[in-house]
Design a protein around this ligand. Sequence first.
Ligand code: APR
Length: 231
Amino acid sequence: MRGVVLTGAGISAESGVPVFRGDDGLWEGHRVEDVATPGGFGRDAEKVHRFYNARRRRLLEVEPNGAHRALARLAREWPGELTLVTQNIDDLHERAGSPEVLHMHGELLKSRCCLCGAVAACTGDLSRASLCGVCDGIDCLRPHVVWFGEMPFHLGEIERAMQRADWFVSIGTSGRVYPAAGFVLAAAEAGARTIELNLDPGEMSSAFDESRLGPASELVPAWVDEILAGG
Ligand code: APR
């Protein structure tokens, strides 16, 4: 058996990491174009650094929750082939013990050099004055995250996993951002059984075979128990 799990901001919400889309359409009070696009970074790099610095500091203060831990248990105990894909830039899956995580939107605790391309661990603040540890360049580091208008990571690997999947489970995502929003269609086309676990029905809810509504910290451990029991 082969399974693919896709997670979004909702799985980290109960750890205290805010989800993206508030009712006002703003992302923690900012316009997405200002803080999550290459153009926004080009216009005001310090503002973008301040935004991600604040999120990075907050991430270092929170802990994984029961939903992250349940997926780590699934990876340990399920005999099938599991692919864990996340849209999240936090490291809570890793801290909970998931061995391999495909971060399609990058990782907040890494920086990337715009000059030499080096990706490095980053737990402190970034600014235009930060130096690249590999090429010594200045004013060239950015968060290693995927912004709107940029190509997500690992798409080939994800597509291959999706084509061979027996089941696909989507957890805590609004289904508004592509390509992840379309994964349910690819999985269904490949003949996989599809399940949505989310607090509210996502945009793609009607495309799933089954939709379970509630907090991830309750739904995910219960679903993992079912899979491990052979369900
Ligand atoms: N348990 C389960 N689901 C929850 C919980 C919870 N405790 N709290 C919130 N949710 C659900 C919401 O109902 C919503 O459908 O999580 C979803 C979060 O949606 P978004 O904030 O849109 O996050 P996501 O779908 O991951 O966003 C995708 O958009 O801004 C970009 O790159 C960013 O990766 C992100 C992408």
